[in-house]
Design a protein around this ligand. Structure first.
Ligand code: HEC
Length: 113
């Protein structure tokens, strides 16, 4: 788990520089935020397009434990907001604006290009 945290922190710190004056669609903006949301990218735990992903696999008391980020493609906008504002056991807390959350929602509901 420690190793994973190091990867997460590295990803978070290596952040993306955002050219504010370039024209991008809301979906593209959402994709950027989804990958680099001023914190650990959603992509690491929820997969490339929100389909869910295996975060870690470890053994506990002789059994394999699979830690997974759930599929979030069908989460409503209000549930997405609620989820991002509350404290979770594994998922970090984010400080995203309404507009940013809407852009992520838009990305999750955009057809694959
Ligand atoms: C470190 C891994 C991790 C990261 C990064 C992460 N999540 Fe999560 N997320 C989880 C896990 C695990 C859950 C299941 C609840 C829990 O245990 O915290 C979850 C739950 C959720 C849920 C609720 C799903 C449901 O079915 O109710 C939403 C929505 C969500 N995450 C969206 C996001 C978004 C958007 C981002 C990026 C801004 C993000 N998550 C980043 C691990 C992560």
């Amino acid at each position: 788990m420690k190793y994973l945290l190091v990867i997460f922190l590295y990803t978070a710190l290596s952040g993306l520089s955002f050219a504010g004056d370039s024209f991008i669609t809301e979906g593209e903006y959402g994709e950027m935020l989804y990958n680099n949301p001023r914190g650990i990218g959603c992509i690491h735990c929820h997969g490339k397009r929100g389909e869910g992903a295996l975060i870690a696999k470890y053994r506990q008391s002789g059994k394999s434990v699979y830690l997974k980020g759930p599929d979030i493609r069908n989460v409503s906008l209000s549930d997405l907001k609620k989820s991002l504002l509350k404290r979770h056991r594994i998922m970090p807390t984010y400080f995203l604006t309404d507009k940013e959350i809407r852009a992520i929602f838009h990305y999750l509901h955009q057809k694959e290009r």
